[in-house]
Ligand binder design. Structure first.
Ligand SMILES: *Cc1c(COP(=O)(O)O)cnc(C)c1O
Length: 376
C-alpha cells in the first residue's frame, strides 16, 4: 500500500458541478468578482459564524490587505518564527518589520508569554498562526495582552478552516483573519484566499485594496494603492463547491486523528500537541514529536522506501529567523521553536483517508522507529 504525503479530494460529482459552472461562467463572460464570488464569500462567512468575508486571490494577499488596513507601515509586527515565509513577506510588503517570537511547545503557537518577551515601543500588531489547524488554548490571554497594549491581533488562519476554540471559530479571535485556499489546504479553490472580519471598516478597506484601490468596481477613482488581488469566478465556484465538503472532511480527519492519537499515546517515545476535548482541530497537519535523537531525514527516507508512506511537510522544517532571506531580522535564538522545528514530523492525513491507510502509516512508523534504534 502507498500513502502519499497529501491527496486533494474532489469527488466526481463535485468535478462535474465545477465543470458545468465553468462553462456557464465562460458563456456569460462574467469572469471576475461576480455572483459566485459573492456566494462563496457568504457561504464562507456563514461556515465561520462571521459577519463579513472578502475573497481574494491568495492567503498571502488576504494577510497583506489586513495588515495594510491595520496600517503597520513603519511599525513592528510580532509573528511566530515557525510559520510559512508568506506571513513575514506580507508584513514586509505592508511596510512593517517582522519580529520573530518563540512559541509554546504544547501548541506550536504564540502565547501571551512568548509575545510579551519581544514587544517594543514600535509594536503595532501581532499575527497568531493556528499551526496545523489547532487554535491555541492561550489565544484569549493573547488577545487580552494585545487589547491592554493597544495592539491589533491578526489571525493567520491559513491552516484553520472550520477549527474552533471554546465554541468560537477561527476568525473570531482577532480583528480579522486570513484563510488560504492553496491546493494542499483543507479547502481549496485552486488558488485563493479569504479575509474574515466583524469590523466593517476592515471589510471596506479590503474591498478597496483587492481591486486596485478603486472607490467602486465600475469607477476609475483610485483612493488606495491597491493591487490585482481579485478572485476569479472560476476559482470562486471551485471553492464554493469544495467548502460544502468541509463538515464531511473534518469528520474524516477527526476519525483518523483519533486513530493516530491512540497509537502515539501508547508509545512512550512519542508526544503530540493536544486538542482540548471540546475544541475542533481540522488537522490540516497531524503533528508528532519524537523524543530527541530521532534522525528525521533517515526516518522520512525509511518510511518512503520501505513502507510507501510519504510524510507531510513540516510546520515548519526551519524557523524563519534561520532562513537566509530574513538573516538581517534575526535577533538571537528562539530555543523552543528551534527544537520543535528540528524534531517534529507530520503524518499524512487526507480528507478521504481510510482506517486501513492510517493503520499502514502507523505500522510503517513503528517499523521505521525500530530500524533507527537498531542502527543508531
Ligand atoms: C499557505 C499559507 C499562507 C499563504 O497562503 P497562499 O494562499 O499560498 O498565499 C500563509 N500563511 C500560512 C501559515 C500558510 O500555511
Amino acid at each position: 500500500m502507498q500513502v502519499p504525503a497529501a491527496r486533494i479530494v474532489f469527488s466526481e460529482a463535485d468535478r462535474a458541478e465545477i465543470a458545468a459552472a465553468t462553462a456557464e461562467i465562460l458563456a456569460t463572460g462574467q469572469l471576475t468578482l461576480g455572483p459566485y464570488t459573492r456566494e462563496f464569500e457568504n457561504a464562507f462567512a456563514r461556515a465561520h459564524a462571521a459577519p463579513f468575508a472578502i475573497a481574494v486571490n491568495s492567503g498571502t494577499a488576504a494577510l497583506e490587505i489586513i495588515l495594510r488596513a491595520v496600517d503597520v507601515a513603519g511599525a513592528d509586527v510580532v509573528l511566530p518564527t515557525n510559520t510559512f515565509a508568506a506571513t513575514a513577506f506580507a508584513v514586509q510588503r505592508a511596510g512593517g518589520r517582522p519580529v520573530f517570537a518563540d512559541v509554546d511547545p504544547n501548541t506550536f503557537a504564540l502565547s501571551a508569554e512568548t509575545v510579551a518577551e519581544v514587544l517594543t515601543e514600535r509594536t503595532k500588531a501581532v499575527v497568531v498562526v493556528h499551526v496545523g489547524g489547532l487554535i491555541p488554548a492561550g489565544v484569549s490571554a493573547l488577545r487580552a495582552l494585545c487589547d491592554k497594549r493597544g495592539l491589533a491581533l491578526v489571525e493567520d488562519a491559513a491552516h484553520a478552516h472550520g477549527s474552533q476554540r471554546a465554541g468560537r471559530y477561527a476568525g473570531q479571535f482577532g480583528v480579522a483573519a486570513a484563510f488560504s485556499f492553496y491546493p494542499t489546504k483543507v479547502i481549496t479553490s485552486g488558488e485563493g484566499g479569504m479575509i474574515v472580519t466583524s469590523d466593517d471598516r476592515i471589510r471596506d478597506e479590503a474591498l478597496l485594496y483587492r481591486d486596485q484601490g478603486k472607490a467602486g468596481f465600475l469607477g476609475n477613482v483610485h483612493i488606495r494603492q491597491g493591487y490585482a488581488w481579485r478572485m476569479s469566478e472560476i476559482h470562486a465556484v471551485t471553492g464554493l463547491v469544495h467548502l460544502r465538503r468541509l463538515p464531511e472532511f473534518l469528520a474524516v480527519r477527526a476519525r483518523i486523528a483519533a486513530r493516530y492519537d491512540a497509537a502515539i499515546d501508547a508509545n512512550p517515545g512519542l508526544e503530540r500537541p493536544r486538542t482540548p476535548p471540546a475544541d475542533v482541530n481540522n488537522y490540516y497537519k497531524y503533528i508528532v514529536l519524537p523524543s530527541s535523537g530521532v534522525d528525521r531525514t533517515s526516518l522520512r527516507k525509511e518510511l518512503k522506501e520501505k513502507h510507501g508512506v510519504g510524510l507531510a511537510g513540516e510546520v515548519y522544517e526551519a524557523p524563519l529567523h534561520q532562513q537566509p532571506v530574513f538573516e538581517s531580522l534575526a535577533a538571537g535564538t528562539l530555543p523552543v521553536a528551534e527544537d520543535v522545528c528540528a524534531r517534529h514530523i507530520c503524518l499524512p492525513i487526507h480528507s478521504d483517508m481510510t482506517d486501513a491507510e492510517a493503520d499502514h502509516v502507523l505500522t510503517g512508523l513503528s517499523g521505521a522507529l525500530r530500524a533507527q534504534l537498531l542502527t543508531g
